[in-house]
Design a protein around this ligand. Sequence first.
Ligand code: AMP
Length: 114
Amino acid sequence: MSDTIFVKILRGEIPADIVYEDEHCIAFRDVNPQAPVHVLVIPRKDLVNVATATAEDAPLLGHLLNVCTTVAEKEGIKDTGFRIVANNGSEAGQTVDHLHFHVLGGRAMTWPPG
Ligand code: AMP
């Protein structure tokens, strides 16, 4: 398994404010929040990003999206609206090479993203 900061969180080697976990994934608060609610949903499986996932990972990707909604509901932003972001690769702004969905909400969002 690669040694990203998220893998260290999965292993319990560094702390995180975990808001949800199950056998397939964990969700924890982003250390540098860009909205009142900013949670990262990551698989326990060692995947770099959505672009490197395969058809075999489709059920896992679907589960992660369902967990994004679960997190939004727990955080009280399911009905007001929330944004799910997955940055894929350097030009998209991916800085941690372990697949993650950002769940952002609690304020009005603008479009397009920067
Ligand atoms: P990305 O730029 O899409 O790869 O997102 C990586 C996210 O991880 C950024 O929003 C960072 O603020 C966040 N992050 C980095 N290190 C930690 C950490 N130790 N705990 C929580 N979030 C982190």
